[in-house]
Design a protein around this ligand. Structure first.
Ligand code: ZN
Length: 65
């Protein structure tokens, strides 16, 4: 995990979220050309995509202060 990342979201929880979230209801923040966030739109914490060794998490943009 790269320095500066927020607390990683539990892998098992992410698996459940991905399974229960339809594409149309997902966040879809871009990580790369091939990957975007599969968590529910409006989620807390990191964006995430992928399974197993392909799992990625990345920070949401910091809110304006
Ligand atoms: Zn997201």
């Amino acid at each position: 995990m790269a320095p500066g990342f927020a607390t990683p979201v539990d892998d098992a929880r992410l698996g459940l979220e991905f399974a229960w979230t339809a594409w149309a209801d997902s966040c879809r923040d871009k990580y790369s050309l091939a990957q975007c966030c599969r968590r529910p739109s409006g989620h807390d914490g990191n964006h995430a995509s992928g399974f197993g060794e392909g799992r990625q998490q990345w920070l949401q943009d910091a809110p304006p202060t």
